[in-house]
Design a protein around this ligand. Structure first.
Ligand code: GDP
Length: 364
């Protein structure tokens, strides 16, 4: 599961990516690693992990992580192959969610590709490229499916009807994510099409330091523009936060943030939001050797959760012993939770909840 950072050139994408990659400075246990120059694995900040560490006092602590991809090079005309357009659009297709960075800061020294700062126009420029790419995908598919539909194939007819709806939506300059599946079949088809504009999105308004807390007029314009999109808008002073990650000590960084009026780096919030956008959640294992946050999809069952640790755990799954995070914290230890009768034994059908502290029993 990964989130891709998109936006026009010079809006602050690589600064944001570098800032995220420097997030290692905040939590030392799981080094950020760059898989490829533009792909990084970032820790998901989670205060629950600190709390569990306090209670269990383990040898090490491992946070959950999320993969972030810097997708540079998206420009006007990308869908027609301008620049390295098609390659970059291919990279976006492989992502599961999109972080769309919008330039909301003035600075005459930093050239804007379209002459002046205008996040509304910028968003549209990027959206249009993505929509054109999807239009291409939809039209190709429609060509094939229509032929099958003509022969009376019911499935093909259903698919063609959905494709026509998406086509009409894209032609109006709207993204495919506004299309609502009307039944299970449509839902599966929408998933299978892998359209870029149907991926979930969040917007990052990149502002100057003085607008980090309350935003500015550009941010207001963006919020107004996307108010019907059901998408989160995050205000972030990317440049300043990048500077902060360069500071040596935690105390220095914290002081700088407090001066700005922030209690934690804005990028921490962004990482958590991206994690949520990917429909991910966390369960914990809490032993004296290791306290660890594991990542699963919302809705995963106990065996699926066990499978994240090891595929054998999933295959041989017998049962899970589960403690709700709040119970763990209020009783203070696993033993006390047991005493209080708050440890639950759950079977194969159990849908794991965010924050569950789990033990798995399995056959080998
Ligand atoms: P990209 O092309 O989208 O990856 O943009 P970069 O991250 O390379 O940023 C372009 C320029 O804008 C660089 O010189 C950054 O230092 C600068 N920059 C990025 N974020 C900010 C910001 O929040 N405020 C200001 N003033 N400059 C920024």
């Amino acid at each position: 599961m990964k989130a891709g950072i998109v936006g026009l050139p010079n809006v602050g994408k690589s600064t944001l990516f570098n800032c995220l990659s420097n997030a290692k400075a905040q939590s030392a246990n799981f080094p950020f690693c760059t898989i490829e120059p533009n792909i990084g694995v970032v820790n998901v900040p989670d205060t629950r992990l600190e709390k569990l560490e306090e209670l269990v006092n383990p040898e090490r602590v491992l946070p959950a992580t999320v993969e972030i991809v810097d997708i540079a090079g998206l420009v006007k005309g990308a869908s027609k192959g301008e620049g390295l357009g098609n390659q970059f659009l291919g990279n976006i297709r492989e992502c599961n969610a999109i972080i769309h960075v919008l330039r909301c800061f003035d600075n005459d020294n930093i050239v804007h590709v379209d002459g002046n700062v205008n996040p509304i126009r910028d968003k549209e420029t990027i959206d249009i490229e993505l929509q054109l790419k999807d239009l291409d995908t939809v039209e190709k598919r429609l060509d094939k499916v229509k032929k099958a539909a003509k022969t009376g194939n019911k499935e093909a007819q259903l698919e063609a009807a959905l494709l026509e709806r998406i086509h009409a939506c894209l032609m109006q300059g709207k993204s495919a994510r506004i299309i609502e599946a009307q039944n299970q079949d449509e839902e599966e088809l929408l998933e299978a099409f892998q359209l870029i504009t149907s991926k979930p999105v969040l917007y990052v308004c990149n502002v100057d330091e003085d607008a980090a807390v309350n935003g500015n007029a550009y941010v207001e314009q963006v919020k107004e523009l996307v108010k019907d999109e059901d998408a989160e808008v995050i205000v972030l002073a990317v440049g300043t936060e990048a500077d902060i990650t360069e500071l040596e000590t935690y105390e220095e960084r914290q002081m700088f943030l407090e001066d700005m009026g922030l209690s934690e780096p804005g990028v921490s919030k962004l990482i958590r939001s991206a994690y949520k956008l990917l429909d991910l959640q966390t369960y914990f294992t809490a032993g004296v050797k290791e306290v660890r946050a594991w990542t699963i999809k919302v809705g995963d069952t106990a065996p699926q959760a066990a499978g994240v640790i090891h595929s054998d755990f999933e295959k041989g799954f017998i049962r899970a012993e589960v403690i709700a995070y709040d119970d763990f914290v209020s009783y203070g230890s696993e033993a006390k939770v047991k005493e209080a009768g708050k440890l639950r034994v759950e079977g194969k059908e159990y849908i794991v909840k965010d924050g569950d502290v789990m033990h798995f029993r399995f056959n080998v």
